[in-house]
Ligand binder design. Sequence first.
Ligand code: URA
Length: 245
Amino acid sequence: MDAKDKIKRALAQEKMWFSDAYATKGIRQSAIGNRQSDPTVNRPLPTAKKAKQLAALYEQYKGCLACPLGKSRIKFVFGVGNPDSPLMFIGEGPGYDEDRKGEPFVGRAGQLLTKIIESMKLTREQVYIANLVKCHPMINPKTPEVRGNDRPPAPEEMETCKPILLEQIRIIRPKVICLLGSTSSKAMLQTQTPISKLRGVWNKLPDFPEIDAMPTYHPAALLRNPVLKKDVWVDMKRIMARLAE
Ligand code: URA
């Protein structure tokens, strides 16, 4: 069975997803793999070159102090995953756990995102995960040891940091981007439309009109309001169908 068949089979499966009862065992086989093995995908850069360019980008910005977030961060949270993935997730910015680990989406919301990805018959390693801003926005930067000291990034922080993300997208060139939550969706789609109206609808990214972008609710919103999970699953199935095309 090839990668697209696996995604189609996952789509046909209506099992409740990312509930505690969801069994992920035995589904870690490659559903996306490496796009170099798929001759139908038009890739501007081979994987090794993408990885090298991402590493160079990280080196260029890892010590960034261009906005106040740079002074209070513990770790610069660049992004993780497969540089050749056709699917990229973009969140808002690192929180307490991400700031300490230097990796996006590793806290409670991140664990839920991992379950969502696994429900799509994928792994974190097969997709690429990044944020709009790379340093932890804190309500009070003088108390970094306090949990729950998170806030959304300010408009000028997003503007300062966005070129790094745009460069990541330019290198990876995914087929589909999933925008996680209101902040990321509004910033990337350059709109003020509420996430409740944006979600579930395909968009073209103004900066990359050839990439399909699907906004959905942020995993943190699902933790606060689990009723939203069913909408997110609808959105993930749309993404899986697009990946399988
Ligand atoms: N929320 C985000 O938007 N990004 C993270 O990395 C973690 C939580």
